[in-house]
Design a protein around this ligand. Structure first.
Ligand SMILES: N[C@@H](CCC(=O)N[C@@H](CS)C(=O)NCC(=O)O)C(=O)O
Length: 112
């Protein structure tokens, strides 16, 4: 089901403009999650790239010794043992190299 599509109702006039400003050109914004560690340089690079392209994301910090979180990420990602782990609408995109490759392809437009 599509709610709030730009082509017509339910958004008209000013409300429609605000919807466009906050949601971009898609009907629904993508949900980007970045699992990271505080001092991880690859995480800092990934977050910087997302920010520079205007991609909104949620950061989930994990601790180096938080075994439960690492186990969860290993399963969630399908086998990744490092951070950053970047997810788009719940699907693994990868780490910084994959993000960087996507940036070269579309400037991260597909994540908005
Ligand atoms: N290819 C990865 C490498 C990331 C990486 O090496 N991350 C380190 C932290 S800076 C890590 O997760 N280390 C945990 C480990 O190796 O167990 C990327 O850049 O996304």
């Amino acid at each position: 089901m599509v709610i709030g599509c730009l082509a017509g109702p339910p958004f008209v006039g000013r409300k429609r403009e605000l919807f466009i400003q906050t949601r971009g050109n898609n009907c629904m914004a993508k949900k980007i999650e970045v699992y990271s560690m505080k001092t991880c340089p690859h995480c800092i690079q990934a977050k910087g790239l997302l920010q520079s392209r205007g991609v909104a994301f949620e950061e989930i910090l994990i601790g180096m010794n938080d075994n439960a979180a690492w186990d969860m990420l290993y399963k969630k990602s399908g086998g990744m043992k490092t951070v950053p782990q970047i997810y788009c609408d719940g699907k693994i995109l990868g780490g910084f190299p994959e993000l960087s490759a996507l940036d070269k392809t579309d400037g991260l437009a597909s994540l908005k």
